[in-house]
Design a protein. Sequence first.
Length: 322
Amino acid sequence: MRISALLAAVLGVLAALPATAQETYPTRPIRFVVPFAAGGPSDIVARIIAPRMAATLGQPVVVDNRAGAGGATGVDVVARAAADGYVFGIGSAGALAISPSLGRGTPYDPIRDLAPITLAVLVPEPLVVPAASPFRSLQDLIADARARPGALNFGSTGSGSMPHLAAEQLRAAAGIDIVHVSYNSGGQLATAILRNEMQLGFADLPVLLSNIQAGTMRALAVGTRERLSWLPDVPTFGELGLPAVDASNWHGLVAPARMAAGPLGALRRAAIAALQDPEVRQRLHEQGAIPGGNSPEEFAAFVRSENQKWGEIIRRNHIAAD
């Protein structure tokens, strides 16, 4: 009886160990992989939310910049990491939904090799023209483009970039022929539009906002479902009869696939706490970003739909990376 009682006690302790281990997570610093260099959009978002996540988790959340291949290098670091809760990362629309369909694709499958945590931010993509442009509305631009096929140039931040794909959506939805010109960065694109070298272009809101507010660029429409608080007088494409133009950049939090429910849930709770924090939300708003915070299931469905949407446009237009 004594042996049986002892065995029962031991088995009870062993059965309780996994739960105890999950309850004590985390016990050391957590690495937050950012797949771009310091100072870029993903890095700024990560450094805004990391301290608030650390406060919730009770351990440091250390940003680790692993740039390369348009974000694919850093995301691959996350995909290959041990699924123990001590490595997670932030991925952009490019790395998680566009690059997999470009050229040779990516070394990871964004659906199979990553565990979704939550959408961190949505970054709107306004359509702008130079202040000197004769186009006062989207209707003006479309009418001119239809009357003069191939006469208007649009700029992007590279072949297969979000600004490029957004313009391809517009081209298809409006039935117009406009010519693509690729630049190396959002700054170069903005300069080209300011100088009236480009007749139109999409770009991330933070790249364009100060010029729109200063009146040196004119925003004609935004690719979001609702109007933006930064640009309340600028209509959505849906309002203008082109709901198929649905383009926003975004950044989402991901972890290695097969991560245990305990650590994954803890990371998500910390991320949601950060994204709901008023100070964090204000700082993200100042960056031209809309805070996220959806469920892992919702974020997974969003990533799948974005892969399908942009993959179809890439294949239909035979788009290759620069």
